[in-house]
Design a protein around this ligand. Structure first.
Ligand SMILES: Nc1ncnc2c1ncn2[C@@H]1O[C@H](COP(=O)(O)OP(=O)(O)O[C@H]2O[C@H](CO)[C@@H](O)[C@H](O)[C@H]2O)[C@@H](O)[C@H]1O
Length: 483
């Protein structure tokens, strides 16, 4: 079956968060199990800074979106996802796609994402005619399902395509003024409660949820949580309407790219606990923290946003730092958190390393060199950090929500469990989870090493995830919804 995977960010070309990791890996693994898959993303200008784009093939100099009122042309380039034969198309219009993957201004975002979405369909119609399913991702491309059902349902090529909408994060929905409908080339009658209207605005993700043939999210638990008022971000009712078509498939991580036996991403290979210690000492040296083998490093790598439970960390950090620990932060995001962690480092220069930057190389050195990885999220659709951490033998400490519930099992004894966690979103509950880990680390070292060995045996590879997506695509193509 021919499947197009459409994403606003794809690693390694442009990455802001976890969506890029999935978009850069899943298609590769789909190809391995026999799917005929290609990827489409915008040609963000940062790509030119990171890659030698002269290797890209110019497929067509001038193409146009068909519905959108911004009908300036784009050029189409192509290349391949690294280590695969998966073709990736880049839609280039330098006036539309600016220097950041996500620009701050709402109006720009509304325009960029819809221009891209409509442009994707022009590409499919001309270059990938036999596409059966488009896997669209998050609000930026959700609107593709609306274009297909409303504007192109009679088209001999596009009219046959089914959509799978994957929700990576319900917290971001693409909410814009109703006037956008005309600008993006959709009929104004869609401004009604059974379509895109959302509390006086329009909502791209709501459109995707109602118009896609199949919807899925990135863990089973999150697929259930988002149907409740607590996690539904006001779309729980709409999701409940579509609950018969709503699935949860846990993400994987790229085991080929992230391999503890390969020294490419990390300081030294980790095949036993001594390898872990080597990485830890090198990390301490790199970050100018005291090189102490027995002081546990607790790390946190994240977008610094409310979703990630950072208010809990703020609340208890002074208390936590009474312990003999080192805290390593890597992230960018809300200014309040960035400043907070910078100040924390100033206050505890020997205990805290706050790296307020986006640095993938450093990220994997931290995953490999830490003892514990903290992820106390308020909500977490899947979460990749905890899986990367375990891949490198770092014990996760998580709030049991969404995908964190589905990937971390509470430690009870050396033969069971893969981490430590808590349920209620309370600072002291998080602190207790950290204490449980510190107790094992400090007092029960044999147990800790056994735990290290257990988590390194966990399997979060993409093979199984890819098989489940294959089933979803089959289901989508045989369950096409008429609007
Ligand atoms: N400063 C920094 N420097 C370098 N690397 C950094 C970084 N900050 C974050 N990262 C990296 O970005 C990725 C974050 O992925 P997550 O899945 O943990 O969260 P995110 O909320 O972005 O993704 C959303 O989509 C994914 C994919 O479906 C879901 O797993 C998740 O729950 C959902 O919120 C990881 O690869 C991490 O290493």
């Amino acid at each position: 079956m021919k499947v197009g995977y459409v994403s606003y960010e794809v690693a390694p070309f442009a990455k802001v968060g976890g969506l890029a990791d999935v978009a850069g890996a899943l298609p590769k693994y789909l190809e391995k199990i026999g799917e005929d898959v290609y990827v489409i993303m915008p040609f963000h200008s940062i790509i030119e800074k990171k890659f030698d784009t002269s290797k890209f093939t110019l497929e067509k100099e001038e193409m146009y979106p068909n519905s959108h009122s911004y009908n300036k042309p784009f050029s189409l380039y192509s290349y391949f996802l690294p280590n695969s034969n998966v073709k990736i198309y880049f839609i280039k219009n330098s006036d539309i796609f600016g220097k950041d993957v996500y620009e701050k201004e709402d109006e720009r975002l509304a325009l960029q994402s819809s221009y891209f979405s409509d442009g994707v369909l022009s590409v499919v119609k001309e270059f990938e005619k036999d596409t059966e399913v488009l896997n669209i991702n998050d609000w930026q491309t959700a609107i593709i399902s609306v274009y297909l059902k409303i504007n192109y349902f009679e088209d001999s090529i596009l009219g046959k395509i089914s959509t799978v909408l994957t929700i990576h994060n319900l917290g971001y929905q693409g909410i814009f003024p109703p006037e956008m409908l005309e600008i993006i080339g959709l009929p104004t009658y869609l401004y009604n409660v059974d379509a895109l209207e959302f509390y006086g605005n329009i909502n791209y993700l709501k459109g995707g949820i109602l118009f896609a043939d199949i919807i899925n999210t990135v863990s089973k638990t999150y697929s259930e949580e988002i149907q409740t008022a607590e996690y539904g971000y006001k779309l729980d009712g709409v999701l409940r309407i579509r609950s018969d078509k709503l699935y949860g498939i846990i993400n994987g991580i790229d085991y080929e790219k992230y391999n503890p036996l390969n020294e490419k991403n990390i300081f030294s290979k980790i095949n036993d606990y001594s390898g872990k210690i080597k990485n830890k000492l090198s990390l301490q040296k790199l970050l100018k923290l005291p090189q102490k083998e027995d002081v546990p490093i607790i790390s946190l790598i994240s977008r610094l946003v409310d979703q990630k439970g950072l208010d809990l960390v703020k609340e208890v950090s002074n208390y936590l730092l009474l312990y003999d620990v080192q805290l390593v932060i890597l992230g960018t995001g809300q200014e309040g958190y960035e400043n907070y962690f910078k100040k924390l480092q100033e206050k505890y220069p020997n205990k805290v390393s706050a790296n307020i930057m986006f640095d993938e190389d450093l990220a994997f050195k931290i995953y490999a060199g830490s003892d514990m990885f903290l992820m106390p999220s308020k909500y977490e659709p899947c979460g990749l950090g905890q899986m990367y951490a375990m891949r490198y033998g770092t014990v996760p400490i998580v709030r049991y929500t969404g995908g964190l519930s589905d990937t971390v099992r509470e430690y009870y004894n050396p033969n069971s469990g893969t981490g430590f966690g808590f349920y209620e979103y309370e600072p002291c509950k998080m602190l207790m989870a950290v204490s449980k880990a510190l107790y094992q680390y400090k007092i029960k070292k044999d147990n800790w090493i056994k735990l290290f060995e257990n988590i390194m045996k966990q399997d979060f590879s993409y093979e199984n995830t890819a098989k489940q997506y294959k089933e979803l695509y089959k289901m989508a193509s045989s369950n096409k919804n008429r609007w």
